[in-house]
Design a protein around this ligand. Structure first.
Ligand SMILES: Nc1nc2c(ncn2[C@@H]2O[C@H](COP(=O)(O)OP(=O)(O)OP(=O)(O)O)[C@@H](O)[C@H]2O)c(=O)[nH]1
Ligand SMILES: [Mg+2]
Length: 365
């Protein structure tokens, strides 16, 4: 039997509970893809970095390195959380283009040249220090066309790889459309939509591969019910909110997680938050925080009410005064600020097992 055209898995009609199941062999889409497309329903199938690398190595073992190129996709809303360092190491000896996708989520006023410099710095000390960098959105034709032109310049086989949900399949569908072909790959707001390598002929000379995304085990999405993943993966420009905070204040991301702000002097400080506007921010005080979390069931909350927390502390002292910093929380967004006093910022994540990635960095925008 052939492969499903939506996710790339080999079709089978013997076991309903296994990937690739089709009711009739002639169905083009497997049952799982049919359900994602028509009912937005997902049956989970994860792939981790080791499994992916193993699969990639078997696929390319007979190819000459100069015949292969990688397009490594990352998500601007979750720069650190969408990187997969094992993959970066595995592809470093090939030509690599880093595609920073979903830039439509950034505030309109942001200068793309500044973002490009930021990404260049971010990768400067990594395995991909010499990679090309492209900023992209699969929603705008001018970006798709320039990506298409770049693809057509070389006759290599091009693999689109990266974490789950960064938009690999959406980019490829937009390339197909730009080339007057039918966009056929299944894309969705869920993790792990694409299940296997899908070979696509953009033209007789241009072969590209969509690939399964590496599981996003470090995202806040893992705390939420699947129906709530839309708060983590969204399609509208980020909201910007400024809070003038006093020491002892706390900011809640809906009912999902919260941030405590502590410093000694009674001085007020500004904090600029960038997040999905559907995730309402709420200010309270540290001493009321758990109570608020406890009472706040009507808000978006973790699926598993948890009285255990992962706490991430960021300490700023004398040497940091007047410097600007940003803290990003995978899936929720980021906030930036200038240090006025020695202070402590604590991220509280209600889980005892999800390793949500939090990063201290210089401000992105
Ligand atoms: N805002 C924004 N959203 C995007 C963009 N590209 C894709 N998305 C959204 O991101 C989500 C994931 O897209 P997919 O194309 O399925 O992502 P993927 O990388 O193929 O995911 P896997 O198959 O799970 O690895 C969907 O909800 C898309 O609509 C983009 O340029 N901007
Ligand atoms: Mg996909």
């Amino acid at each position: 039997m052939s492969k499903c055209i939506g996710c790339g898995i080999l079709k089978q009609n013997s076991d309903q509970n296994k990937p690739g199941y089709v009711i009739k062999p002639e169905n083009e889409y497997c049952l799982r893809c049919f359900k994602i497309k028509n009912y937005n329903e997902l049956i989970n199938q994860e792939i981790n970095a080791e499994q992916f690398i193993l699969k990639l190595k078997t696929l390319i073992q007979n190819e000459r390195p100069k015949d292969i190129e990688f397009f490594y996709i990352i998500d601007i809303f979750d720069l650190e959380g969408s990187r997969v360092k094992e993959i970066e190491a595995a592809i470093k000896k090939y030509p690599v283009t880093i595609v920073v996708n979903k830039i439509d989520l950034l505030p309109k006023a942001v200068k793309l040249a500044k973002i490009r410099r930021y990404i260049t710095d971010l990768f400067a000390k990594s395995d991909l220090f010499d990679a090309n960098i492209i900023l992209n959105t699969s929603f705008k034709n001018n970006f798709t066309n320039s990506l298409l032109n770049k693809i057509k310049k070389t006759k290599t086989k091009k693999y689109f790889i990266g974490s789950s949900n960064v938009g690999k399949s959406s980019i490829i569908n937009s390339l197909l459309k730009a080339n007057n072909l039918i966009p056929q790959i299944v894309e969705s707001k869920y993790f792990n939509t694409t299940l296997d390598f899908i070979q696509i002929k953009l033209s007789s000379d241009d072969i590209i591969f969509d690939t399964p995304g590496i599981a996003r085990s470090n995202s806040t999405a893992n705390l939420l019910n699947k129906e709530d993943w839309k708060y983590i993966y969204f399609n509208k420009e980020v909201a910007q909110n400024t809070f003038q905070l006093k020491p002892g204040n706390t900011i809640f991301y809906a009912g999902i997680a919260w941030v405590d702000f502590e410093w000694i002097e009674e001085e007020i400080n500004s904090f600029h938050f960038f997040n999905n506007k559907e995730v309402k921010l709420h200010r309270t005080n540290i001493k009321n925080a758990f109570d608020y979390y406890n009472r706040n069931k009507e808000n978006i909350v973790p699926y598993n009410f948890n009285t255990k927390f992962i706490k991430r502390e960021f300490i700023f002292n004398e040497k940091d005064i007047n410097k600007e910093f940003e803290i990003s929380i995978s899936g929720l967004g980021w906030f930036n600020f200038k240090v006025k006093n020695s202070m402590k910022i604590t991220i509280n994540i209600p889980t005892d097992n999800v390793e949500v990635e939090t990063t201290l960095r210089k401000p992105l925008v």
